[in-house]
Design a binder for this molecule. Structure first.
Ligand SMILES: *[C@@H]1O[C@H](CO)[C@@H](O)[C@H](O)[C@H]1NC(C)=O
Ligand SMILES: *[C@@H]1O[C@H](CO)[C@@H](O)[C@H](O)[C@H]1NC(C)=O
Ligand SMILES: *[C@@H]1O[C@H](CO)[C@@H](O)[C@H](O)[C@H]1NC(C)=O
Length: 364
């Protein structure tokens, strides 16, 4: 906490950069091959993903009301539409993410949230209501039938949850009046004005995200994929670059028009039969879009902070300015903090944690 306050004042000032904690300027996308410095060596081994019972639904502190700055009634201000998944396992992450977005927005009252949920638990909805009484939001049902029989086992069970696939179907789930969204995973915090990401000019593209063209693309697909001429030629005529699907600006009208949900599904069906990749919802989206997106600055997705998919080893930050931190990978900051084995970067997440343990709740 002290660390945070010293270096990154809680203002909505957006030009602040994070201190570079660890100069792991190695290949972004292969955390298993990066060397961890000793200060990040507190790896946490077992992070069980359990389906919580309603007894486990945590309690949260009420967030303050965030009010618009003076410039927000100008004609140029857009209503920013943010989509996030919400479920009992990740609710603590979602709450922290929402708080971080509001806290750094110049026009927080012009931000709308769209939550996707499989169970639509009334407990979760009332938690959102009580934690953010002033939040403009809607919650939508994502029916797991949509992807039933289409998901194949990946290397990490958490990646196989149907809700991970909901991002593919946003153009069907959200009302047609919503033309553009920012999709965000729930293991992120935003430390800059989200309006800057919202304002990206998509040009003729359907998606915008940070792009990593130096990543070795070969490793995202299996030999089965590369050795089949018909499959491998998918990337002909484009330079495929990796991007992370946890942070995307999406044009839903174009997504709908282009039938992209079906295109991604087609790859999921091929995967079922031939195992052409090892990860979950990311590779089929790469197959459709890699090399054909609008690239935005890397500061908008400092990903991999959860470590690799197998062990969740601690990671440092990559050099450069940061607007969004993303704990993708196996480790989640709230679990590591609770286990008293936090990684150094988890202290950057902690100030946004609204969780109130039951013990503290009893004391009040
Ligand atoms: C943004 O919020 C202000 C209230 O501060 C409101 O007057 C304005 O209409 C809102 N703009 C949009 C696009 O929602
Ligand atoms: C949450 O708040 C909304 C809007 O105020 C209200 O319609 C809904 O009934 C509330 N739900 C719960 C479960 O508290
Ligand atoms: C990418 O990885 C593959 C397999 O690991 C390797 O054969 C290839 O040489 C690598 N390409 C580059 C450009 O490093």
């Amino acid at each position: 906490m002290a660390f945070w306050n010293k270096n990154v004042p809680n203002s909505s000032s957006s030009s602040k950069c994070f201190p570079i904690l660890g100069l792991l300027s190695l290949i972004l996308l292969h955390p298993t091959t990066t060397t961890t410095t000793t200060s990040f060596a507190n790896a946490i081994r077992v992070v069980a993903i359990q389906k919580p019972t309603y007894d486990d639904i945590p309690s949260f502190r009420e967030a303050p009301a965030f009010r618009n700055g003076n410039l927000c009634s100008s004609r140029n201000v857009d209503k920013i539409q943010i989509v996030m998944p919400v479920d009992a396992n990740y609710i603590r992450g979602t709450m922290a993410a929402v708080l971080s977005i509001l806290q750094h927005s110049t026009c927080p009252e012009n931000t709308s949230f769209h939550f996707l949920s499989i169970h639509l638990e009334p407990e979760i909805i009332s938690l959102i209501n009580s934690t953010f009484p002033y939040l403009s939001y809607k919650i939508y049902h994502f029916h797991p039938n949509r992807v039933r029989g289409k998901i194949s086992k990946s290397i990490r069970q958490a990646l196989d949850q149907p809700l991970n696939y909901a991002r593919i179907y946003l153009s069907d789930i959200l009302p047609e009046g919503v033309h553009r969204v920012i999709y965000l995973d729930s293991d992120i915090i935003v430390v800059d004005d989200i309006a800057k990401l919202w304002g990206v000019d998509l040009g003729d593209k359907v998606l915008a995200a940070p792009e990593y063209c130096h990543a070795n693309f070969t490793n995202y697909f299996t030999d089965t994929f590369w050795s089949d001429m018909n499959l491998a030629k998918t990337f002909e005529g484009r330079r495929p670059c990796y991007f992370n699907t946890g942070v995307m600006v999406m044009d839903l009208d174009e997504w709908r028009k282009g039938g992209y949900a079906q295109k991604v599904e087609e790859w999921m069906l091929i995967q079922k039969q031939r195992r052409i990749y090892q990860l979950g919802s990311l590779p089929p989206i790469l197959l459709v879009f890699a090399g054909n997106i609008k690239a935005v600055d890397h500061r908008w997705n400092q990903h991999g902070l959860g470590g690799d998919n197998l062990e969740g080893k601690c990671r440092g930050l990559h050099p450069g300015p940061i607007s969004l931190l993303h704990w993708s990978g196996r480790g989640k900051p709230w679990l590591r903090l609770d286990a008293r084995k936090p990684c150094t970067i988890d202290y950057l997440w902690a100030p946004y944690d609204l969780y109130r343990s039951s013990r503290i709740a009893l004391e009040e």
